[in-house]
Design a protein around this ligand. Structure first.
Ligand code: FES
Length: 317
């Protein structure tokens, strides 16, 4: 590991998995073992141009031989996926942060439902392999727009647990009945859901007990528009520290970075929690999808996306 805590890896393989989706196998340049991880973990890619983007690992832990990710090229996205597709060629090297897991499988014997929408299949693929190896009861339901946009469809059909998998393509089968699926699950089932914002919103709106529904977002849900804010706020880096004026159209992390005060970021969308910072003074308007009510009450905020209700915030920096 480097002195900055990052790991250098080499792109050992790249493969087309579906329309617009490529998988990348990342290995240690010298062939050594990479740090261990558990299903559901993600890594941050640090790309040329300053892009830092989190991607779920889709392979099971295999003795540290490689990390495998799959990335959907989003032509209308903010540029992270385009940078991945442009920069990661077999043989090229890049830096990554070690795996972190915010979407881990719960221990126990409860039945598991893995529910994927689109590229949300990535963390669930490793989970399915882990559950199968552990002999636990599970089902995987994978919804995609069409067959050609379903990454890993061939591998899923060939997997030893293929009988537990349902592939649903909206183009062929029509709209998927999420509510019906959830209502039919055995008592005590834990659901793990990953997919686009609309998919997650539909799943969480089905009335499933929150303590048994585990969600991983890779894009933020649409935020109900708060009253437009036009005024700037003052953000102070520590009591007695420098004060930065932040315009309403600029993320706090960006304004602070321009002033030379760096808070680590990854998704910059309020999803991953990398930028979590303690608030010493001021009232926060939370706009993220990561912090629990308890964490908010403990004074944490995600300044990559959240804002202030007061005219001034003092952050513990
Ligand atoms: S950088 Fe991901 S939540 Fe702020």
């Amino acid at each position: 590991m480097r002195s900055d805590g990052l790991i250098e890896v080499r792109v050992a393989a790249r493969q087309r998995e579906a329309e617009g989706i490529d998988s990348f196998e990342l290995a240690a340049p010298g062939g050594g073992a990479l740090p261990a991880f558990a299903a559901g973990a993600h890594i941050d890619l640090h790309l040329d141009g300053g892009w830092v983007r989190p991607y779920s690992l889709c392979n099971p832990q295999d003795g540290g031989r490689c990390y495998r990710i799959a990335v959907q090229h989003e032509p209308s996205g903010r540029g992270g996926s385009a940078a991945v597709h442009a920069q990661l060629r077999p043989g090229s090297t890049l830096r990554i942060a070690p795996p972190r897991n915010l979407f881990a499988l719960q221990d126990g014997t409860a039945p598991v439902l893995l529910l994927a929408g689109g590229i949300g299949i990535t963390p669930l693929l490793g989970m399915a392999q882990t559950l199968h190896a552990a002999g636990r009861a599970f089902a995987l339901v994978y919804c995609s727009a069409s067959e050609r946009r379903a990454a890993f469809a061939g591998a899923l059909r060939r997997a030893p647990w293929a009988g537990r998998t349902t592939l649903h393509h909206d183009e062929r089968h029509g709209r998927f009945d999420l509510a019906g699926l959830l209502a039919a699950q055995p008592a005590g089932t834990h659901a793990y859901v990953c997919g686009p914002a609309g998919f997650i919103t539909a799943a969480t709106a089905c009335g499933w007990p929150a303590e048994r529904m585990h969600v991983e977002r890779f894009a933020p849900a649409p935020v109900p528009q708060a009253a437009p804010r036009t005024g700037a706020i003052e953000v102070q880096a520590g009591r007695g520290g420098p004060v930065v004026m932040v315009r309403a159209d600029t993320p706090i992390t960006v304004a602070l970075a321009r002033a030379g005060i760096c808070i680590p970021v990854s998704c910059e969308q309020g999803i991953c929690g990398t930028c979590a910072t303690r608030v010493l003074e001021g009232q926060v308007e939370h706009r993220d999808f990561h912090l629990s009510a308890r964490e908010q009450a403990q004074g944490l905020m995600l300044p990559c996306c959240s804002w202030a209700r007061s005219s001034r915030l003092v952050l513990d920096l």
